[in-house]
Design a protein around this ligand. Structure first.
Ligand code: C6P
Length: 432
């Protein structure tokens, strides 16, 4: 199994801020792909999903070839091995996010499932007609729709923290928006469209000051920066493994222990019970209470290897590298006439840059970029209300990760200009 080359060391022996990206890239077989008859792949769709390094791929193979069995059920050797590998990952995640105990780390299938779990379990048990849930205008649908569904079931009211035209939360509205009726403030730590990094601690403090709980959607945050749920003091935190070099189908919900203990189980079935009779059931203790059915065993074990990989590279180095790429992407794109960038200018933004090309639909932009080998996302990025607020139907998004290079960002600038030239030449059927 490869040991990644990681950040270069400084003279003082501390990890330096520059990543050895060329060496890192050798760990990601897919990055060597050629598309459209020989063009090198430039993968800028990392906010949607990230690629897996060899150790993660190898762990999937190893688990299937040597350790695969159902977890928490068997008395036999393979089941004990898979259970141990699976539970070790819970401990890694506890350390990664600074959770006080492994019982507070619940495996789900992704951020979406984690937020839905809270809305169904905590929400149905605690939210009443007239209660308020405070969200923001920059949320992903995964942190809007479950609350709309809860509001429809209970008669609760949703409110939204507005954003500025350049994509920052208007936090000065918090005192007006928070009230004794507010039960929960649910917000993203990092916008998947704008790259805005929100001041999590400040918002959690305001929520608690009003007697509300705070849920952090950390899907775009945990993969890129080191966090601590105890420093943030949040009540719930949700994220996905597939955005941090891990396999898809695995996510995490962290919760404050007393809340999780008081919450009723959401899904019923195997594993989540202590006892079942024909008359009823008694739920298991945490975390099993919220993990009904056979979990994504191979995926969880792979996520553990992804976390080891990221830890070895170092979150500080990753974060700085992405920030540099974002700064350069902003410089290049904002210098091109006809490009509108959505979101605040870096520094202190995530490695996500969404933009609109005047007169060209985002799908056509993405298609023409793809023809040059660049993979970006186009559309509303599961944030339709945010796009409506910004007055655009769709945007094109480039999102970076540790394996992206400055040269790739330079190439994006040239490729965007080529897209503009292509459409100026009057060939509108690019999607055909
Ligand atoms: N955003 C994107 O391209 P899941 O799909 O459950 O792993 O994650 C949902 C989710 C929740 N919150 C935020 C802030 C997100 O960015 C995402 C996933 C991807 O932007 C896929 S839609």
């Amino acid at each position: 199994m490869n040991t990644p080359p990681l950040a270069t060391k400084s003279a003082a022996g501390q990890p330096a801020v520059d990543l050895d990206v060329a060496a890192l890239r050798a760990d990601f077989p897919i990055l060597g792909s050629k598309v459209h008859g020989g063009l090198p792949l430039v993968y800028f769709d990392n906010a949607a999903t990230t690629q897996a390094p060899r150790p993660v791929i190898q762990s999937i193979v190893d688990t299937c070839e040597r350790h695969y069995a159902n977890v928490h059920r068997g008395i036999h050797t393979l089941s004990e091995q898979s259970t141990e590998l699976y539970e070790n990952v819970r401990q890694k995640i506890r350390e990664l996010i600074g959770a006080p105990a492994v019982e507070q780390v619940i495996f789900t299938t992704g951020t979406t499932a984690s937020i839905n779990l809270v809305a169904r379990s905590w929400g149905d048990a605690n939210v009443r007609a007239g209660d308020e849930i405070l969200l923001t205008e920059m949320e992903h649908h995964a942190n809007i729709v479950p609350w709309q569904q809860l509001a429809a079931r209970t008669g609760a009211v949703l409110r939204y923290i507005p954003i500025t035209d350049d994509g920052r939360l208007q936090l000065e509205t918090l005192p007006r928006l928070l009230s004794l009726r507010t039960r929960l403030v649910a917000f993203t730590a990092v916008s998947n469209v704008l790259g805005t990094i929100n001041p999590v601690r400040e918002i959690v403090r305001a929520a608690h000051g009003a007697g509300a709980l705070a849920l952090v959607d950390a899907a775009q945050c945990v993969p890129h920066q080191s966090i601590d749920v105890q420093v943030w003091d949040c009540d719930f935190l949700a994220f996905s493994g597939h955005k941090m070099l891990g396999p898809s189908g695995v996510g995490v919900l962290y919760g404050r222990r007393e809340l999780l203990e008081a919450m009723p189980p959401f899904l019923g079935g195997g594993s989540m019970i202590r006892r079942v009779t024909l008359e009823g059931f008694e739920p298991a203790d945490l975390p099993a209470k919220f993990e009904a059915g056979t979990p994504p065993i191979v995926g969880v074990i792979g996520l553990g290897v992804a976390i080891d990989y990221l830890n070895r590279v170092g979150f500080e180095a990753i974060n700085r590298h992405e920030e540099k790429l974002a700064v350069r992407a902003h410089e290049i794109l904002s210098s091109i006439p006809g490009v509108r960038i959505l979101g605040p200018a870096p520094p202190r933004t995530a490695g996500i840059v969404s933009f609109v090309l005047e007169g060209i639909h985002a799908h056509d932009v993405a298609h023409r970029l793809d023809r040059q080998g660049i993979a970006v996302r186009a559309g509303h990025h599961c944030a339709m209300p945010l796009h409506k607020r910004l007055g655009v139907a769709a945007s094109t998004r480039a999102s970076f990760y540790l394996y992206n290079t400055a040269e790739e960002v330079e190439f994006l600038g040239k490729a965007v200009q080529e897209v503009q030239r292509f459409f100026r030449r009057g060939r509108p059927h690019a999607r055909a």
